[in-house]
Design a protein around this ligand. Sequence first.
Ligand code: SF4
Length: 206
Amino acid sequence: MTITYEYEGALYVNLTNKCNCSCEFCLRHGKAQGSIYTQDSLWLEREPTRQEALDSFLGRDVCSYREIVFCGYGEPTYRLDDILWLVDRLKERFGEKLPPVRINTNGHANLILGRDVCPKLKGRIDTLSISLNANNAADYTALCHPVQGERAYQAMLDFAREAKAYVPHVVMTVVDKDKTPEELEESRRIAQSLGVQLRVRSYIDS
Ligand code: SF4
């Protein structure tokens, strides 16, 4: 079972397969052969305990990485309480030497967990990378298929706006596939209105 793995100098952490979305472009669909996300080993046969995850960290030279990234296979904030516990343990152990911590998320933590988790991110998470994906709720729902339906879009925007108060770097991302320059500009405007940056990601096709 792969809990932590290296990628481009960063240490990636995989705690869950669960996700409330089913994005058309999700690498979990196995469309990107050769991608690290399509390796069978990243599909967890069961979720690791927080102690197993901590042991996986401590088996590595944690401070040698440029960043620690909680990400997929699934949506990591299903395990947010465990992520925060892990960050606290790592900070206790490594203090200022601990590399910056990022979560790659669909921005649905408050929706999934049914409570406002943003204040808990303060002092623990350095960067949030939130998938914006679309410029309105209808397009978002058609692309990402959240089980909560169209309200998931506004929940994601609200999460980004609020998280900005607690997390130093909040970035929203869009995938460039099938997007016009005007649509990308509109995404940029939305991100700006929330007080966060936009990053345009390349689509990895098969
Ligand atoms: S939110 Fe992320 S993990 Fe979930 S389906 Fe979309 S791309 Fe895949």
